[in-house]
Design a binder for this molecule. Structure first.
Ligand code: FRU
Length: 296
């Protein structure tokens, strides 16, 4: 499994309750953690027993050692990392509220270049049976997917449409599976996960022609409501969220966790129904724990 996307540092402050503007408060705990959607998804795949490779760019900055050491700790292969000199490491300031379970993210990426098509081509692409793309760096990612589709037609491609950015739906063209976040689905005008999954899948099927629009499976995770999915074989399938025994502790990267678990199941040939059940369970476990260390 190859995961293509972003890796950054998350500076996480856990607070009893979310502060009001201009307040001066103390946090309950504070830590650094490797973050970024593709990076988090790789962590989950690794914890589930896969050996993911993460393809991303990283700054040759003081944070680099922390990030690559942490990748190695989880068994994530770093052959796909491209280093850049003279740029800053992207980071997020994250406020996790214990009262509400919310995670507020303020992200900064000053000048780290995105992964280029040339960087991608230099990877041993023939060794991957599944390549997952975070929905960012859109024009390059579209070229990467087209190139992959032509050169290695049997490799499965999945994409995550999470953040609302223009033309993100073009990622359906060459993807076998797409994950559509609640935010993105709402941006498309959907109010619930079932309608979103079914309608997005059916629209993809209507626009299909021989070379493009391979999207056969649409998965829509919807936080505390669970997730819905639609595939040609199984139609519409839904699953309730799994609630952690000790309550919600940290929702940061719950979506990335859900996707990691889904990729793990789908790449083993599991049905959509089993995949949704498994992913909701794993995401439920994650939100009951802080970070990934206690997760294994
Ligand atoms: C969680 C996350 C964080 C990162 C942020 C980037 O989904 O990947 O780890 O800081 O989103 O938007």
């Amino acid at each position: 499994m190859l995961c293509v996307g972003h890796c950054c540092i998350d500076y996480i402050s856990e607070v009893a309750a979310y502060p009001t503007e201009d307040e001066d408060i103390r946090c309950v705990s504070q830590k650094w953690q490797r973050g970024g959607n593709a990076s988090n998804t790789s962590t989950v795949l690794a914890l589930l027993g896969d050996t993911p490779t993460l393809a991303c760019t990283l700054a040759n900055s003081p944070e680099k050692q922390f990030l690559v050491t942490d990748m190695a700790k989880y068994g994530i292969k770093e052959d796909g990392v491209v280093y850049h000199d003279g740029v800053a490491c992207p980071s997020s300031v994250v406020i996790c509220s214990l009262a509400s379970g919310s995670r507020t993210i303020i992200h900064s990426n000053q000048n780290l270049p995105e992964l280029s098509v040339e960087d991608f081509k230099s990877l041993p692409l023939h060794t991957f049976s599944w390549v997952h793309f975070e929905g960012r760096n859109l024009s390059n990612v579209l070229m990467m997917q087209q190139m992959l589709r032509r050169a290695y037609p049997s490799a499965k491609i999945s994409s995550e449409l999470e953040k609302v950015r223009p033309d993100m739906d073009l990622l359906t063209l060459n993807s076998d599976v797409i994950f559509v976040s609640k935010d993105y689905a709402r941006h498309l005008g959907y109010e619930d996960m079932k309608t979103a999954a079914q309608d997005i899948a059916q629209k993809a099927a209507t626009g299909r022609n021989l070379d493009v629009n391979r999207c056969r499976t649409v998965i829509v995770p919807w936080g505390e409501d669970g997730a819905s999915g639609y595939s040609e074989e199984e139609g519409l399938v839904s699953c309730e969220a799994s609630v952690p025994q000790g309550g919600v502790v940290e929702t940061l990267a719950a979506g990335d966790t859900f996707i990691g678990a889904a990729l793990h199941a789908l790449s083993r040939g599991k049905s959509l129904k089993t995949t949704l059940e498994f992913s909701c369970r794993v995401a439920g476990l994650k939100v009951g724990l802080k970070g990934y260390e206690a997760f294994g």
